[in-house]
Structure formats: C-alpha cells, structure tokens
Write a protein that binds this ligand. Structure first.
Ligand SMILES: Nc1ncnc2c1ncn2[C@@H]1O[C@H](COP(=O)(O)OP(=O)(O)O)[C@@H](O)[C@H]1O
Ligand SMILES: CC(=O)OP(=O)(O)O
Ligand SMILES: [Mg+2]
Length: 417
C-alpha cells in the first residue's frame, strides 16, 4: 500500500467530488457531494454496527437515480460498514474507483491540542488520532477504522480529517481550563476541548444569515441536541464557551451520557460500590443520561411515554430540560448580549416540546417561542420566536457533511473548480 503524503493533494481538474464519512460509535453516516454546486449525489447510513442486525439505508440522489435501498444483515465492524458503503455507491455507478473523486473527508471527533484545522491524513496524523482514543473512547476508534479502511480502498486519494474540536480552539483560557493543579493539567493535556464543532460553526453561521447579518455582528447560543448533545456560546463568529470538556461526557444530559456530575461520584463508586474505572466509564457514557433515567434514549419514545402518563419518562424529560435551561442562562451571562438561540440536530430540529420547555419562563430575558411557528415541521432554517422578539429563537438543521466536504475540498483543490 502506498501512503498518501502532502504531495498527493494535487487533484485533477475533473475531480470535483468528495465522499464524507461521519463514523459514530455504532453508525456511519455518509454523503457523496459534487463541489461544483455542493449538490448531493448519494447519502446514506449504516447503523447498529456490530449488533447482529445492522441496517444499511442508501439513497442515490442523482437525477433519474433509482429510489432508496435498504439492507438488513450483520455488519461486524466499521471496516465492514465502509465496504458496504463502497458497494452501494458502486451499484449507482458512483464507486470509490471513480476518477471524479477528489478526496475523502472524515469527521474526526478529538483533535487534541494539535489539530485545529482540517488536515491531510498521513501515517503520523493517524497515529496521533489513535493516541487520542482515551479522551474520545466512543468515537476516535471508529474514526481510525474508517480512515484505515478508506485508505486501503483508495491509497492514492487524499484523505482529510475535519475535527470536532477545531471550532472550539478559540475559547479563552478562562473557559478552557479546569480549576485544577496547572502542572498536572499541562503534563496530561487536561483541558476543555469541546466537540460537535463542525456543527456549531455551520449552524451559528447559518443563523447569522437567517437574521440577515454577518457572523461577526451576532452573538448566538447554539444547542446541538442529538444523541450526544452540547451547547456553545458564539460571539461574533468565534466560540467563547462550550459545554463538552476533555471528553464528550461533560455538559448537557444526553441520550446515554450523564453530562455534568460531581467528580466525587466516581471516587465514591470506586471506593463504596467497588466499581473499576472501566465500569464507571461505561456507566457514565453508555448507561446514563435519558437511557439511565428511564430506559429509553430516543426522544420520540420518551414523548410517547409521557403522553401515556409515564412518570419515569416525565422525570427524565424534566431533568433534560432543567440542565438545558441552566446552560441557556449561563451562556446568556457569558455573552452579555444574545441575538439568537438556535436549536439543531435530531432532537433540536424535530422535538417541538423540547424547544418550548427549554425557553419557557425566560420572557424576562427576551426569550419566547410562538406555538404555531414551533409546531411547523420543516427541513429549512426558520425562526420560531414571535415577531419583534428581542432575541430570535431559531431552528437550523445542521449539515456536518456539507461543512466537512467544503473544508476537505478547499484543502485538496485550493484553486476551487
Ligand atoms: N421526530 C423526532 N422527535 C423527537 N426526537 C427525534 C425525532 N427524530 C429524531 N429524534 C432524536 O434525534 C436523536 C438522534 O439525533 P442525531 O442528531 O441524528 O444524533 P447523532 O448524530 O448523535 O446520532 C434520536 O435519538 C432521537 O431522540
Ligand atoms: C462528540 C459527540 O458526542 O458526537 P455524537 O453526538 O455524534 O455522539
Ligand atoms: Mg451527530
């Protein structure tokens, strides 16, 4: 296998396509885009990887393309998942062997202190992403496997890593440092990095456009509520604070993660409950959050149970909202002046009751949602606050894949198309 190096970044003029891979702990989302007009040629998802009955959903999106295809079957790991993606693309004549493919862009969750820009992946870059596995245990292993497999399939092609942590690198030291012994923190690079940065960057920019403003003119609180969830405070286009920390465990209540917790809970579990570090890690990352509180991590199911009068689901929802509201208040104070609060990702884009509850009672801060606007279902960026509200409340669908494709293409084809 040849190894891509900086010199392979030169692409031919008719190579205008980018494949984006967003590898999560048990899923791979992917999109193939044509960078001449940012159009999508195909998109899909492999989910429940390693769980016995995996599912591949593939949508060819070219004019006249056949409809959506779905395949159920065992996909053991992320390497097999990526091979399934390559097969699906090949069935539509969009295979990885295409000379029109300029690059593959990978979402990489943790970039540590070193990676604050999109980076062409070399052996050395890959080794560094691997070294960061202990601080992104659910994500970086999948990213590494995705990169390895993609390089084996197209060793000649530039592969680019776009880091979730990058956008947060502008946080001031006062927000990025934990109040612990400085020498210990520095020796082990313990600080707050923040995640979902590609989404926070894209959504905050898109919100400024929705308000008819330049990003430099607005202060925005972004609430990225997916399975993982995080908030950020963005002042004039730069991130000044975010809720995730050294790892994606800190902050909001999530699908299966606890978010903020007194760190002494971990010593207590070790000393009193006799749990090992790995067991506590698993408890807080995979068996906590909404799942730990009520046995479900999907907000749709939780709402359904609440409608049936289920008390555990109600309490889980209330804890989720309480934490969210605390962060809205805290980031309001951090920013001083807020122009917009924006909801994004699976829960933020789809769950009207979450949006309503998160800003309920905050009228004194200039925050309110209009019930009719909040009830509208749409894939478009939109305002849901009443006319003339002091602070805009918006819903802006995130598009991490488009953002990754653009950053990838800008790096491998700096002249554009
Ligand atoms: N219609 C809906 N109503 C409420 N929640 C929804 C809806 N659709 C999706 N979700 C929530 O979105 C979550 C997934 O969000 P997503 O941003 O895709 O997460 P991730 O990228 O972390 O996998 C699901 O767990 C589910 O709770
Ligand atoms: C960083 C993170 O939490 O990502 P995800 O929401 O995809 O799990
Ligand atoms: Mg996500």
């Amino acid at each position: 296998m040849t190894t891509p190096t900086e010199s392979t970044t030169a692409v031919t003029a008719n190579a205008t396509r980018v494949l984006v891979l967003n590898s999560g702990s048990s899923s791979v989302k992917y999109q193939l885009l044509d960078m001449r007009d940012n159009s999508r040629l195909a998109a899909g998802l492999v989910e429940r990887i390693g769980e016995g009955t995996s599912r591949v959903v593939h949508s060819p999106l070219t004019a006249g393309g056949a409809g959506k295809r779905e395949r159920i079957g065992a996909i053991a790991d992320h390497s097999a998942a990526l091979k399934a993606v390559a097969e699906e693309l090949a069935l539509d004549g969009l295979g990885l062997d295409s000379p029109q493919l300029a690059a593959i862009g990978h979402r990489v969750v943790h970039g540590g202190l070193r990676f604050t820009e999109p980076t062409v992946i070399t052996d050395e870059v890959l080794a560094e992403v691997e070294r960061l596995i202990p601080v992104a245990p659910l994500h970086n292993p999948a990213n590494v496997t995705g990169i390895r497999t993609a390089r084996a399939l197209r060793p000649d092609l530039p592969q680019v890593a776009v880091f979730d942590t990058a956008f947060h690198a502008t946080m001031p030291e006062s927000a990025a440092r934990y109040a612990i012994d400085v020498a210990t923190a520095d020796a082990h690079r313990i600080r707050r990095y923040g995640f979902h940065g590609t989404s926070h960057a894209y959504v905050s920019r898109r919100t400024a456009a929705l308000l008819g403003k330049d990003p430099s003119e607005v202060n925005v609180i972004v609430l990225h509520l997916g399975n993982g969830a995080s908030a950020s405070a963005v002042a004039g286009g730069r991130c000044v604070e975010t809720s995730m920390g050294l790892t994606p465990l800190e902050g909001l209540v999530m699908g299966t993660r606890s978010g903020d917790i007194d760190p002494a809970v971990t010593f207590h579990l070790k000393r009193v409950a006799g749990m090992s570090a790995d067991e506590i890690d698993e408890l807080l990352n995979k068996k906590s959050g909404l799942m730990g509180l009520c046995g479900d991590n999907d907000m749709r199911e939780i709402r359904r149970r609440i409608d049936e009068g289920d008390e555990r689901a109600r309490l889980a929802f209330d804890i989720y909202i309480h934490r969210l509201k605390k962060y809205i208040g805290a980031y309001y104070a951090v920013l001083g002046r807020v122009d917009a609060i924006v909801f994004t990702a699976g829960v933020g884009e789809n769950a009207a009751p979450v949006r309503e509850a998160a800003v309920a009672g905050l009228e004194e801060l200039g925050l309110a949602v209009d019930a009719d606007l909040n009830a509208v279902r749409s894939g478009e960026p939109r305002l849901i606050s009443p006319d003339h509200a002091r602070v805009a409340v918006a819903v802006v669908p995130t598009d991490e894949e488009l953002e990754i494709a653009q950053q990838t293409f800008a790096l491998v084809a700096p002249e554009g198309v």
